[in-house]
Design a protein around this ligand. Structure first.
Ligand code: ST9
Ligand code: ZN
Ligand code: ZN
Length: 361
């Protein structure tokens, strides 16, 4: 894991370069780019949540540098998950498997409703009790601290499919799925990332606390508590508890998330913007709790629902709406049907593939 730093110090560095003009050219391996004007006009974090129009340079100096520690740990993790999967068939109690599933949904929602829609995109606001719950759930998913996750994700949106995109899908399925976590980041990720405004994240004490004590949070919430729940509550073996509710559940959450970066940047329709790679992928939405409507999301990144399809395959929207109902979530941002329609007619694939979504266009 990368060393933790004080966010306040980091922000001083960042604020010094906020206003730096985005002049440096990026290698653009993408076949397409977008101007994404709707996003620019609507998002409060438009600089952080829109695709860039990148241009060509040569980057012949760049060499992939594998991080063998990550390769080994990721391999061991997958071996452990395979042992957990085997245990599901041969020795686990059904309650343990159900608990593993519920923990996957809880951790996944910490990513989708928390790191993604709340912190990375600010698509709605949340009172501190909900932010605290989401931070705990996000720790359960162990996908880097909220601060790092949101930083990388804002860079991903602004520089999609370029060298500055941490999981640039133009480098292939494997790289965008998991390979990017097994090697050093492209220098452009760090250069461009330092120009992204993260002051809102630094201003949130819950984000600061979680970042500072991240490894302790993860050890407790991602590994120790999930192991103790089946062991203490219904007498499951420690072996099954650990391999199913900690390791297998963690690996399933990781792959569900990674599919958004890989499969949903490659396969599916593009009803809102046919000029970008992100696509509508229902299989990914199923596993990623509503995050596979990725053409919509990259076109309208400020929409808290990340789709125009309501609750269809979107548990995360249900979660946010529930908390809005009790008053802990508020100011949910949405896109007007008229704007969606205009955008579909202007840049979508609907003229070729036919209507998509709840309306007849
Ligand atoms: C994981 C994350 O899995 C998954 C995120 C997926 C995102 C998906 C998004 C899709 C949409 C949402 C859908 C959600 C669906 C969820 C469904 C759930 C059911 N900007 O990183 P380092 C600088 S994690 C600016 O070490 P290296 C910065 O100064 C899994 N600056 O770079 C930084 O220092 P610090 C567990 C940046 O050395 C310094 O560089 N984790 C930026 O190249 C060093 O940073 C792992 O497997 C930036 N963007 O190492 C591996 N980035 O951080 C964890 C860096 O102190 N990671 N800087 O401020 C690592 O080991 C390393 O990051 C590395 C690169 C080896 C990958
Ligand atoms: Zn996003
Ligand atoms: Zn994306």
């Amino acid at each position: 894991m990368p060393p933790r730093v004080e966010l306040v110090e980091r922000n001083l560095e960042l604020s010094a370069c906020h206003e730096t003009a985005d002049k440096q050219q990026l290698t653009n391996r993408a076949t397409t780019t977008t101007s994404n004007s709707d996003a620019n006009s609507q998002s409060p974090h438009s600089a952080a949540t829109t695709s860039s129009s990148a241009s060509q340079i040569n980057d012949t100096d760049y060499k992939v540098e594998l991080v063998w520690r990550n390769v080994i740990l990721m391999s061991l993790l997958h071996i452990g998950a395979a042992m957990g999967l085997w245990a599901c068939f041969v020795s686990a109690q059904w309650k343990t498997i159900v608990a593993g599933y519920l923990l996957y949904v809880a951790g996944g929602t910490g990513i989708t409703a928390g790191a993604h829609r709340l912190w990375a995109h600010r698509s709605y606001k949340a009172k501190w009790p909900l932010r605290l719950i989401l931070a705990v759930m996000q720790s359960l998913a162990f996908e880097n601290s909220i601060y790092e996750w949101s930083r990388d994700h804002r860079v991903h949106h602004k520089y999609s499919e370029t060298d500055a995109d941490p999981h640039n899908a133009v480098r292939g399925f494997f790289f965008s799925h998991v390979g990017w976590l097994l090697c050093r980041k492209h220098p452009q990720v760090k250069i461009k990332g330092k120009q992204i405004d993260l002051s809102d994240l630094v201003a949130d004490p819950i984000v600061r606390f979680q970042h500072r004590y991240y490894l302790a949070c993860v050890a407790l919430v991602c590994f120790i508590v999930p192991t103790l729940i089946p062991y203490l509550l219904w007498g499951e073996t420690l072996y099954n508890s650990f391999y199913i509710c900690a390791l297998l559940r963690y690996v399933v959450t990781l792959h569900a998330t990674w599919l958004v970066n890989s499969a949903a940047h490659m396969w599916g329709r593009r009803p809102y913007d046919k000029n970008i790679n992100p696509s509508e992928n229902r299989g990914v939405s199923f596993w990623a709790l509503g995050e596979g409507f990725h053409n919509y999301h990259h076109t309208f990144p400020w929409d808290y629902a990340t789709s125009e399809l309501g609750y269809d395959l979107n548990i995360t929207k249900m979660f946010i709406d529930f908390f809005a109902w009790i008053g802990w979530a508020y100011e949910r941002k949405v896109v007007s049907p008229e704007m969606i329609k205009q955008r579909k007619l202007r840049t979508g694939d609907t003229p070729v593939f036919g209507p998509y979504g709840p309306h007849n266009y």
